[in-house]
Design a protein around this ligand. Structure first.
Ligand code: MG
Length: 297
């Protein structure tokens, strides 16, 4: 069960779900479910971010709604047949945080030391683009790299949480491409400046296509991650190779800043980062989570 945000051909934002290999309009499914079960009472659900912020984004909820409608014979009317465009699962997170050097081979390929504790930095939320959105390389910025990463979406406010409780604060998983102006990042590091600007150009944060509820991803610490450019494999690993596991990352960050529902954490990229050029198609895939494909201009 995978959820997503999309815009209809009339420009209306809705929540979609992939259920039994078919895409459905979940916002409408929810309206029918309320009629059947609760005389139409209950909130409207047009934004995935609102569903996450209300701590309402659960595998059980999605399943209950779709199975009920299927049993009532009303699900097939909600199949998405018209064209639609993907929107980012969460459009306006308060924070986009990224973990640096969380795979050993990636740290060494860029001649960096293996960190002894998680290293995190932020990326401007205004850089977010959806699945099928276009990555635009700014003029004269030099080398720009792809970095495919498993993304965690926070579901509940988390402050100073323990590793053993950390997953209670996670809503689900997605994919984030931590696009980076590499030469600018290197020169900033050399000058003792923050990484922020090299990570935060507009369009440098492709995110999506799906948000998969935590309950549907039991093996999040052992997922296959692959990045291709124009169909050629560039990055390939398992999330089991992360130096710091998701529980450690969430607990660690929550010691320094309160994580809010909808916040994104990109958990680091494996070896094989490489340059993007205008005309390229970059695609990140994670088993059980989906794919994130973007064209470069
Ligand atoms: Mg990264």
């Amino acid at each position: 069960m995978k959820a997503f945000s999309y815009k209809t051909d009339k420009g209306i934002l809705q929540i979609g779900v992939e259920f039994e290999d078919t895409f459905y309009n979940f916002s409408q499914a929810w309206e029918l479910y309320k009629e059947i079960k609760n005389n139409g009472r209950g909130p409207r659900l047009n934004f995935l971010q609102v569903m996450v912020e209300a701590d309402f984004f659960k595998l059980e909820t999605l399943q209950e709604v779709l199975v009920t409608l299927k049993e009532e014979g009303r699900l097939s009317d909600l199949e998405l047949k018209n064209t639609f465009t993907f929107e980012p699962p969460i459009g306006r997170p308060q924070k986009v945080l990224c973990i640096g050097r969380n795979y050993k081979e990636h740290a060494t390929e860029l001649e960096n030391d293996i960190p002894e504790e998680p290293l995190f930095f932020s990326k401007a939320p205004s850089a977010i683009i959806p699945h099928d959105g276009v990555i635009r390389i700014p003029d004269e910025v030099g080398r720009v790299d792809h970095e495919g990463e498993l993304a965690v979406v926070i579901g509940k406010q988390a402050r100073n949480v323990s590793e053993s409780k950390a997953m209670d604060f996670v809503a689900g998983f997605s994919i984030l491409n931590d696009v980076t102006a590499r030469e600018l990042q290197k020169s900033d590091i050399k000058a003792g400046r923050p990484w922020f600007r090299s990570k935060s150009f507009d369009t440098f944060c492709p995110f999506g296509s799906f948000l998969v509820p935590k309950g549907a991803v039991q093996n999040y610490n052992n997922l296959e991650l692959e990045v291709t450019v124009n169909g050629d494999r560039k990055q390939h690993t398992s999330t089991s190779q992360m130096i710091f596991k998701i529980e450690e990352i969430v607990a660690y960050i929550s010691k320094y800043c309160t994580l809010q529902p909808g916040d994104l954490i990109a958990t680091g990229t494996p070896a094989g980062v490489g340059e993007l050029h205008a005309g390229d198609i970059v695609e990140c895939k994670i088993s059980g989570i989906g794919n994130l494909k973007n064209r470069v201009e």
